[in-house]
Ligand binder design. Structure first.
Ligand SMILES: [Zn+2]
Ligand SMILES: [Zn+2]
Length: 245
């Protein structure tokens, strides 16, 4: 593909987000992140702001080809803001997940130049005080999963949307601890061949296939041990997990 043509294709795909980054339009970026996340909340805002600071500071734009990577340390709402603004996603292998349970991200360029942005603990702890009603509703409805009326649900979503917008105006150095750093870049994601599972007939990445009666089978059909990333983070699942993981 000719260089010029390639540039045209690239810029057309994330043009809107790049334009918002260029203009410093955090509110616009939050709305874009909301398209992915489904609701507006303060942690989504923190992800949007962190993503914005990182791409501005590093002067990068993502083409979804691992030239820029984001290493996130949490799978809470923050990471959706990061994915949308940096363009480093679960599906393009530019999002790397470290299961630390910390609201933090390191964004890096291929040469290892990086920036780590972590939520400031004092700032985080002060949120309940600043937003007591939202906090009370969240604790009751989300954290404790107690029954709520539709009106209370709506009220909570509204307060969180409002909070998400308020937070955009906070000074960045109050919200985060920001550190320039240098990292060893991970290799580009390898490409593996597929093999056909002899039981379900679906193709499976060959490094993930198991062997049963001398034939390749997928982990699901083998009822094999595997890792799962869910709301609790990464954990091992399956019958033989102790010996295989
Ligand atoms: Zn959220
Ligand atoms: Zn199978």
């Amino acid at each position: 593909m000719a260089a010029e043509e390639e540039t045209e294709v690239r810029s057309s795909l994330r043009k809107e987000i790049e334009r918002l980054v260029e203009a410093g339009n955090l509110r616009g970026l939050l709305d874009k992140a909301g398209e992915l996340h489904g609701h507006l909340c303060n942690y989504l805002s923190y992800g949007v702001i962190a993503g914005y600071v990182a791409v501005r500071e590093l002067g990068v734009r993502s083409t979804g080809m691992e030239k820029v990577i984001a290493i996130v340390e949490t799978n809470n709402c923050f990471s959706d803001g990061i994915q949308m603004v940096t363009g480093c996603s679960f599906g393009n292998n530019a999002l790397i997940y470290r299961d630390f349970g910390k609201t933090a991200v390191t964004v890096a360029k291929r040469d290892g130049t990086a920036i780590r942005i972590a939520l400031d603990p004092d700032f985080e702890d002060s949120r309940d005080k600043e937003y007591p009603e939202a906090s009370e509703l969240w604790n009751r409805i989300v954290a404790r999963r107690e029954k709520a009326t539709p009106e209370e649900q709506r009220r909570m979503m509204k307060l969180f949307a409002k909070m998400s917008m308020n937070e955009l105006a906070k000074p960045v150095d109050k919200i985060f601890r920001i550190k320039r750093t240098k990292i060893t870049m991970p290799k580009y994601a390898p490409v593996y061949a597929s093999v056909r599972c002899s039981i379900c007939g679906e193709n499976v990445m060959e490094t993930k296939a198991r062997v049963k009666d001398g034939k390749p089978v997928c982990i699901d059909c083998a009822e094999g041990a595997h890792y799962v990333l869910d709301g609790s983070g990464i954990s091992g699942k399956g019958a033989r997990q102790a010996s295989m993981l």
